[in-house]
Design a protein. Structure first.
Length: 334
């Protein structure tokens, strides 16, 4: 199909489907990671090649369900539910209750993907390498010179992660205990810090199934030797920070390594039953061992997002990529 006929196909299909962009507006005073929902909603309105309607959830379930009338499929943009990030899966569950097909990974999967510890356990059980983990009391006497990264179990978008998140084996147990005692809501656990390169694999629903379409490396430019090479909150969200300026995405990845990471990412996606679109992050150690360090079932969208960069790098237009995600949602079992 040439570009002209493909364009006519999109226009024709656009008359047949209505897409509701469904989300909970961020609370006043929330961080950049949650405020980004508004940017994503505007991005989707601009680029989805079908008529769209914003359908916001503000705690009134009957009103939300009423506003879904006339919608053929929902774009699930829920990143919180009743103000709680760990309950964002309830937004998808509400769409299922309304019998509205929706994009991305399904509610039952999102419910356990909300907890990084559960994701780690599933992947490890399927033979997919993850860094050694530490939950208070799980590991006795870690090597003193080992390094660990502290992570909130149920917060995402690198919330709560920065240079201070890296601790030594000597500090590990005391630090985890102290943080969880002072703020139990953080539910901190730790993973062994893999001193290596960081990569991400973008997956998309295509004619060949749910498949890896691009592999990117995160480059840490001019980082001091003693600064941890991690993609923390500042690097992701604070555009005025040095961390943001000095972390650069590159698709110039060794082909053999890219194939290896793509295969592992596809295996992980099957193990977790992800769908529509996703991103899986890796650290690769000096000996070439690849570890999954994070799983993003419905990654962020936007002009400068990793997802869009990956789609464009793979030769797909933004509209084509979003349409593929909508197609996958429409085809999913109701």
């Amino acid at each position: 199909m040439n570009s002209t006929s493909e364009g006519r196909k999109i226009v024709s299909e656009a008359r047949k489907i209505s897409v509701g962009i469904c989300y909970e507006p961020p609370a006043a005073g929330s961080g950049a990671d949650m405020q980004d929902i508004l940017t994503q909603a505007a991005f989707l309105q601009q680029h989805i090649p079908y008529p769209t309607k914003l359908v916001t959830y503000t705690g009134d379930v009957p009103a939300f369900l009423h506003n879904l009338k006339g919608i053929d499929i929902a774009w699930n943009l829920f990143e919180s539910f009743n103000g709680l990030e760990e309950q964002q899966y309830l937004g998808a569950a509400l769409l299922e209750l309304a019998k509205i097909p929706y994009t991305g990974t399904k509610a039952n999967v999102l419910s356990f993907c909300a907890d990084k510890r559960i994701v780690r356990a599933i992947l490890a059980a399927r033979g997919i390498k993850v860094p050694q983990g530490y939950i208070l009391g799980e590991l006795i006497n870690p090597p003193q010179d080992s390094r660990w990264i502290l992570k909130p179990a149920k917060l995402h978008g690198s919330v709560g992660i920065g240079d201070a998140s890296i601790v030594t084996g000597v500090e590990l147990a005391t630090t985890v205990w102290t943080i969880n005692k002072n703020d139990p809501s953080l539910d901190i656990f730790a993973e062994e810090y893999i001193d290596g390169d960081e990569y991400s694999v973008t997956l998309l629903h295509t004619a060949d199934g749910f498949t890896a379409i691009a592999v990117a490396q995160m480059q840490f430019i001019n980082y001091p030797p003693d600064k941890p090479r991690i993609l923390g909150y500042e690097a992701k969200w604070n555009e005025d920070s040095a961390d943001y300026a000095q972390t650069v995405r590159s698709f110039e990845v060794d082909k053999a390594l890219a194939r290896k990471l793509a295969t592992i990412a596809e295996d992980a996606a099957r193990a977790l039953e992800l769908s529509g679109f996703a991103r899986i992050d890796f650290r690769v150690s000096a000996d070439g061992t690849a570890y999954v360090i994070d799983v993003n079932p419905n990654p962020g969208l936007g002009e400068d997002s990793g997802f869009v960069a990956a789609c464009v790098h793979s030769g797909r237009s933004i509209g084509e990529s979003l349409a593929a995600i909508i197609d996958a949602g429409a085809e999913a079992p109701k």
